[in-house]
Design a protein around this ligand. Structure first.
Ligand code: ASP
Length: 441
């Protein structure tokens, strides 16, 4: 028997109707034995997520204000689910417990975690699965940091004897039982920890889109869905702004080579995107998986004749950034130039004094700043190995009359990065997408 961990996000569990949908999905495949859940999400665009309502309850209670309105909104969400599904669940008693906690000295993470806790208990009761409270098996250290190694052992020991279980996502506790939450969207991470702990064959992440798209659909109409993507490619895509999965969700499963399959609850027959280290036999992976980008970048350019012979020049520049805790996105070095790509919002507060220090300490022949740039990544471990793809990208930009400010491709060749003016960002994405369309899956 295979073991599949299926994590359902907030939109997949927003109301009783969606509970019914996910029940059909769970029961359609007996291998889906461990179910990880988020709190109920938005039912419609202007709706509020239960986690946000809980955050409001906490903020009001901590400020000594009346939290009853926010708490009753939380109660109403769960009451409607419990009533419509006809689940025998002590909701009132649970809400009273939360009310008493809020009226005392409320602990933020405890309050915020109750959305996942209640949702998982209700679903477990309704499915007839065992409820597993991460309070006992997702372990945080004394400083409130997740301890992945201890969690793996503890979760594994808790889950292995069970046939089927529902586990609440997003939180855990330290040795003293103090609840801590992961960062927002953290149930993805819990799903990954569960999959790693029991050595699952597959980690399914059910959401409201049919996988990763090869480009931003607000820019490219109807882009393709990526069928297979490697863990490394996904990391680049997320870094460039694609937000299908929490970035910390990759590590626990990638360590164990467990594939992640992104699926759509609203369209369960779509195969979605599978994130893998190695492709299953017989599957074809196309060279390029997509194009993504970020705007709001600045480029600092420093030139000095013979700088390439001067050791430590780049190190001094990077030290100036480090002293200001200013991260850089890319650092490109030429024969006598050093180019730094930095996020404009981070650079803004220290721009003048940084330039003054560079001028004083490094005495460059030229010191320039280009603002309002965007960085575009053409991603594909295989694709960017072929010069053909690079030629096509650069040609497409040139033909569209888009100036290219920077080009960056390390020896790792995971992606080609080009810097173009921000006001041509969308044109550039469209031009590149059209040029590489036939290299994608
Ligand atoms: N409910 C939490 C959030 O809204 C965690 C999650 O959904 O994964 O961020």
């Amino acid at each position: 028997m295979r073991t599949v961990v299926a994590k359902f996000g907030g939109t997949s569990l927003a109301d009783a109707e969606r509970f019914r949908r996910i029940r059909r999905i769970i029961e359609a495949d007996g291998d889906r034995r461990f179910i990880v859940v988020s709190a109920p999400g938005k039912r419609f665009e202007s709706d509020e997520k239960v986690t946000d309502l809980l955050l409001r309850c906490y903020a009001l209670a901590a400020a000594g204000e009346d939290f009853e309105g926010a708490l009753s909104a939380v109660g109403a969400r769960f009451e409607s689910i419990v009533r419509k599904l006809d689940v025998d669940f002590p909701l009132e008693a649970e809400l009273d417990k939360l009310r008493r906690h809020l009226a005392g000295e409320p602990w933020r993470d405890y309050v915020v975690s109750r959305g996942e806790y209640l949702n998982a208990r209700i679903l477990a009761r309704w499915l007839g699965f065992t409820f597993v409270d991460p309070e006992w098996c997702v372990c945080f250290d004394g400083e409130g940091r997740l301890d992945a190694a201890v969690t793996r052992r503890t979760l594994g020991a808790a889950l292995r004897p069970l046939e089927r279980a529902v586990i609440a996502g997003f939180y855990g506790a330290d040795m003293d039982g103090k609840i801590y939450t992961l960062s927002r969207g953290g149930s993805d991470v819990t799903g990954s920890l569960v999959a790693a702990a029991i050595g699952a064959d597959l980690y399914e992440n059910w959401t409201d889109v049919s996988g990763l798209l090869a480009a931003d659909p607000r820019i490219v109409p109807g882009p393709r869905t990526v069928k297979y993507v490697s863990y490394r490619e996904l990391r680049t895509l997320s870094y460039m702004g694609a937000s299908v999965l929490h970035t910390d969700a990759v590590l626990p499963v990638s360590d164990m080579d467990i594939p992640i399959n992104i699926r759509n609850t609203l369209s369960p027959d779509d195969p979605g995107t599978t994130i893998v280290r190695r492709l299953p036999k017989g599957e074809v992976k196309y060279p390029i998986i997509g194009v993504a980008g970020r705007t709001g970048m600045s480029v600092i350019q420093v030139e000095k004749v013979m700088v390439s012979d001067e050791s430590g020049f780049t190190a001094v520049m990077l030290e100036m950034l480090k002293n200001r805790r200013l991260p850089f996105e890319h650092c490109l070095t030429g024969i006598d130039t050093v180019t730094l790509v930095i996020r404009s919002d981070l650079l803004a507060p220290c721009k003048e004094e940084l330039f003054e220090e560079i001028a004083r300490r490094l005495k460059p022949d030229y010191l320039g700043l280009t603002e309002q740039l965007s960085m575009i990544a053409v991603i594909g471990e295989k694709g960017t190995e072929s010069c053909d793809a690079n030629v096509r990208v650069l040609q497409a930009l040139t033909q569209a009359g888009i100036p290219i400010n920077t080009i960056n491709q390390g020896a790792g060749k995971l992606n080609l990065l080009v810097g173009v003016p921000e006001d041509r960002y969308e044109d550039a994405i469209r031009a590149i997408y059209a040029a590489i369309d036939d290299s994608m899956q």
